[in-house]
Write a protein that binds this ligand. Structure first.
Ligand code: NDP
Length: 438
């Protein structure tokens, strides 16, 4: 860990992600010292390749703007690099490395042949016109295309990158390489996308939480749920929670939150579906539209709930938030976003025996269906929505089973954080050992 901090200065999110995994691996290393002697640990924390590039584009005012693009190809031991692209002003190398590192274990847990990678840019999509977003995406792909390919690296969406952006990126890739191939996932249905990919992360999060709740004889029925982000993950999570008999009462952004005690459903959910995903509008617009309470500058985790699902971004739920949730009677926390709980918040939930689902297990449904999209592209064939949803459900149950079995095998009780890290790690580590020092 000391070496990681020294070799990667100024990247606290990356240190946080590595620290959690290495801590979880203590009992594995004690039993299997070969993972240390073969250098697997040294290698797994070092990306195989990191690309940083200039993204110049022209805005509507005719001015030239320069953003920075990233692609970190972290680990290809079990398949081509796979992981999303994030467009957000907070993006820098440390964020992309933390996400790429997490992606290695998440992808392994899905049981599908995908390595780990992640990319993005410090471009801010808020307030940009269609034309500006298209020109930015085209410029981004004009460099990225030479580093990716259907058998090399297959990016997807993440914060600020949804179906529209994937369309512009795919169009530019196809134009440059003159090949229609499955180089991105999250594509539109008429041009190679998989049914149920937009729903996959939100639905998968709900399926995983259902498994956790069932382990204590509970379910979503009649439960109050609080969430934060109302983008791709948040909106489809709400849809599935409603189907499972629960009620989601908050959404939030970095400026505050909306409290909707009757639950977000029907025409309110229809309105919310497009609010961020299509219009990139603030959460307060939802409060204004339906005459609801807007709570400025505070976090949704102060609202009493049975289940909390952070769905926005890293480190959005602090120790103080965790203490508030527990004292208000919250029984289950599922990380819909990537690393949304600070390390001390996670430890607090574990100490208090709250059912706690870590991101790399909980939100793996998105990349799992991306994996299914790759398979469908290779077969030049498409499964129905029900077939994909059924496979997704099976994969989420399997991830829960693997994570809880690994925790038990290493004497860690119900600790799914350690269980997911261990189960994800062993498959990749064994593949790395089999492939020699590469
Ligand atoms: P979207 O861009 O669709 O939505 C992001 C949501 O989070 C928006 O509501 C946005 O609102 C909010 N948000 C973003 N940054 C911040 C911030 N700094 N503070 C508070 N709110 C913020 O992204 P996704 O739904 O795709 O992603 C959400 C999370 O889920 C991310 O952590 C992502 O890595 C993770 N994830 C996504 C997957 C996918 O398939 N899409 C797969 C697995 C994980 P606003 O910007 O207005 O604040």
């Amino acid at each position: 860990m000391e070496r990681v901090v020294k070799r990667n200065p100024g990247e606290p999110e990356f240190h946080q992600a590595v620290h959690e995994v290495l801590e979880s691996l203590r009992p594995v290393i004690a039993k299997h010292p070969e993972y240390v002697t073969s250098g697997v640990l040294e290698r797994i924390v070092e990306p195989e390749r990191q690309v940083i590039f200039r993204v110049p584009w022209v805005n509507d005012a005719g001015e030239m703007v320069v953003n920075r693009g990233f692609r970190v190809q972290f680990n290809s031991a079990i398949g081509p690099y796979k992981g999303g692209l994030r467009f957000h002003p907070s993006v820098y190398l440390g964020i992309i490395k933390f996400l790429g590192f997490e992606q290695i274990f998440k992808n392994s847990l899905t049981g599908l042949p995908m390595g780990g990678g992640k990319g993005g840019s410090d471009f801010d999509p808020r307030g940009k016109s269609e034309g500006e977003i298209m020109r930015f995406c085209q410029s981004f792909m004009t460099e990225l295309y030479r580093h990716i390919g259907p058998d090399t690296d297959v990016p997807a969406g993440d914060i600020g990158v949804g179906g529209r952006e994937i369309g512009y990126l795919f169009g530019q890739y196809k134009r440059i390489v003159n090949a229609f191939e499955g180089v991105l996932t999250g594509k539109g249905i008429s041009w190679g996308g998989s049914l149920a990919r937009p729903e996959a992360t939100g639905y998968g999060t709900a399926y995983f939480a259902e498994e956790m709740l069932a382990s204590r004889g509970e379910s979503f029925e009649g439960k109050t749920v609080t969430i934060s982000g109302y983008g791709n993950v948040g909106t489809y999570l709400i849809e599935k929670v409603n189907q499972l008999g629960g009620k989601v009462v908050t959404i939030a952004d970095e400026y505050g939150y909306v409290y909707d005690p009757d639950g977000i459903k029907d025409e309110k959910l229809n309105f919310l579906m497009d609010l961020w995903t299509v219009y990139r509008r603030p959460a307060q617009d939802y409060a204004r539209e339906f005459g609801l309470q807007w709570v400025e500058g505070r976090s949704p985790w102060e609202v009493p709930c049975d289940i909390a699902v952070p769905t926005a971004t890293q480190n959005e739920l602090s120790l103080a938030d965790a203490q508030r949730l527990v004292s208000n009677g919250c029984i289950c926390v599922a990380e819909g976003a990537n690393m949304p709980c600070t390390a001390d918040a996670v430890n607090y939930f574990l100490e208090k025996s709250v059912l706690f689902g870590p991101a790399k297990a909980v939100n793996a449904g998105g990349v799992a269906v991306s994996g299914l999209e790759m398979s469908q592209n290779s077969m030049r064939f498409a499964w129905t929505f029900a077939e994909v949803d059924e496979r997704l459900k099976g994969i989420m149950k399997d991830i829960y089973r693997k994570s809880s079995e690994a925790a038990k095998e290493y004497g860690l009780g119900e600790n799914l954080v350690a269980g997911a890290n261990i189960a994800g790690f062993i498959k990749v580590a064994d593949a790395m050992m089999a492939q020699g020092v590469v």
